[in-house]
Ligand binder design. Sequence first.
Ligand code: SF4
Ligand code: SF4
Length: 164
Amino acid sequence: MEIDLVKFSRESKSDFPANKKLREKLKKTKPKDLDAHFHEKHEEVFAAIDCLDCANCCKTTSPIFIQTDIDRLSKKFRMKSSAFIDEYLFRDSDGDYVLKFAPCPFLGADNKCLVYEDRPKACREYPHTDRKNILGILDLSLKNTLVCPAVLKIFYEIGKQYRK
Ligand code: SF4
Ligand code: SF4
């Protein structure tokens, strides 16, 4: 069933102040078991969400393209990497290559990635809630509560354990 992204956008904005407080609390208390809890909730939440009903990350944000991503995708499109960059990418304020367009030009109408096998590393790893050292990427995860319904739900679940 398609995820209601308008409702998600409203809820994620209204939950943001509380999620910000949760981030502050986690940064201050540095729970030792935080990775384990995030990974457990990541598994639970993604078992119940089908990304093909959503694709909000591909519709609204850009992954970072590292050189190996650019090389792989240029090869797929039989383009020179410089031509691929000219056509699709620009350098953001951090100097990283990101897409010129949103939604991503490689997103199909059925929410499937048209370059799935060759998609950027950042797309494979998004939304990073199963990574090691969750504490070190809490700022990014907090931002992702505004993009990804799964991350919002993970924050909600984590909050039950750590907000008290
Ligand atoms: S990773 Fe998150 S934002 Fe992207 S499609 Fe899946 S649920 Fe949606
Ligand atoms: S390359 Fe594929 S997975 Fe990555 S943002 Fe574009 S459509 Fe989404």
